[in-house]
Design a protein around this ligand. Structure first.
Ligand code: PLP
Ligand code: COI
Length: 356
């Protein structure tokens, strides 16, 4: 394994005073991990250095053609002060899936986990300990060589930045309002919907803004071909409790294979609950709602954790789920997952990787 060079900051930043008011994605720790790639040389010069802006050639491939990928994971402070990562191997395996789709060279999963552990350990004082806070970890890769000819890059940078965070939605565990998009589409099978790449999010912003203007937090996407089958929300996968079954859209090739989704499905199956991954049309959901069978809806994601959905709006129909309150299963899953992440309960083997 390559040795990681470390240069510590001489100007540590002030840490947030009030850990109970942390917002998502706006505060960053003192250090960052950086490693470069050149065709013919491979990945080289891994280093942890003070957090600082990046210098880029104005013709860098990533700026013009969006050849970028990213991941999202968290470090959790346990009651005894230990710091836990949750399934980091899954994140780096998925980064390689995204990288493969975007023609970005593969990274070594074990090396990435070691780099993450080392970075978090150096910035361990940035891992908050207030309830429901964590250190958000954002690994990302981008093509850096200057080339406007739409070729895949020949040079890349892989970086990891981190920052203390509170809930992704200002609502916290209170149910969010979600707008079902019927005009724009986000992804199609064969496209990049299954990859974590900036373009998917850029393509979603217009719809997200229009939903916001109407008072909705995020958009629920339908499939890009028939505009009929439920896919996922902007930053989370979606699950429904219909009757006595938890139902979630299958991995169709156009949605992200969420690690929280996978973990929740594993927890539900271990509890012997009825779960299914299958196609669900918006008409089926409306019908279940009309019959009183749509008992709960919730999103799953690293940033979003378990986010109950209180209202779903599709065209002119506003569906209020469980009277706009968090449901029993959503609350149970939130508790089970976060108990494992914060070290209050033992999870399945390999889910928790200790940093220190
Ligand atoms: N879907 C999208 C589009 C996302 O951005 C995310 C967040 O990472 C998820 C789903 C949930 O994935 P995970 O549970 O791995 O964080
Ligand atoms: C995450 O949950 O880690 C994500 O990447 C979501 C992000 C797009 C806000």
């Amino acid at each position: 394994m390559q040795e990681i060079r470390v240069e510590l900051t001489k100007n540590p930043k002030a840490k947030p005073q009030d850990e109970n008011n942390l917002t998502f994605g706006t505060t960053f720790s003192d250090h960052m991990f950086v490693m470069d790639y050149k065709e013919g040389r491979g990945w080289y010069d891994p280093r942890i250095v003070p957090y600082a802006p990046v210098a880029l050639d104005p013709a860098a491939v990533c700026l013009h053609y969006g050849q970028t990928t990213f991941e999202g994971m968290k470090a959790y402070r346990a009651a005894d002060g230990a710091i836990n990562l949750f399934r980091p191997d899954e994140n780096y395996k998925r980064l390689n899936v995204s990288d493969d789709r975007l023609c970005i060279p593969e990274l070594d999963v074990d090396f990435c986990i070691e780099a993450t552990k080392k970075l978090v350990e150096i910035d361990r004082d940035w891992v908050p300990s207030a309830p429901n806070t964590s250190l958000y970890i954002r690994p990302f890769v981008f093509a850096t060589n200057p080339d406007l000819a739409t070729n895949a890059g020949t040079e890349y940078t892989f970086m990891i930045i981190t920052g203390p965070t509170g809930p992704y939605y200002p609502e916290g565990l209170n149910p969010v309002k979600i707008y079902v998009e019927s005009k724009y589409v986000r992804a199609v099978k064969g496209g990049t919907g299954m990859a974590k790449t900036g373009g998917n999010y850029a393509a979603s912003m217009k719809s997200g803004q229009e939903a916001h203007d109407q008072g909705y937090s995020q958009v629920l996407w339908l499939d890009g071909v028939e505009n009929k089958y439920i896919e996922e929300v902007g930053a989370m996968n979606i699950m429904f409790v219909i009757g006595d079954e938890v139902v979630t859209p299958e991995l169709s090739g156009s949605i992200l294979s969420g690690i929280t989704r996978k973990s929740i499905l594993e927890l539900l199956k271990a509890e012997g609950r009825k779960v299914s991954e299958r196609r669900i049309s918006i008409e089926e959901l409306e019908e279940a709602y009309d019959k009183g069978l749509l008992r709960e809806a919730f999103g799953t994601g690293t940033a979003a954790v378990i986010s109950p959905v209180g209202v779903l709006k599709y065209k002119d129909k506003v569906m209020t789920i469980n009277d706009g309150r968090i449901g029993e299963i959503s609350q149970h899953l939130y508790d089970s997952l976060t108990d494992i992440q914060w070290g209050r309960a033992q999870g399945p083997d390999g889910w928790i990787v200790k940093v220190c």
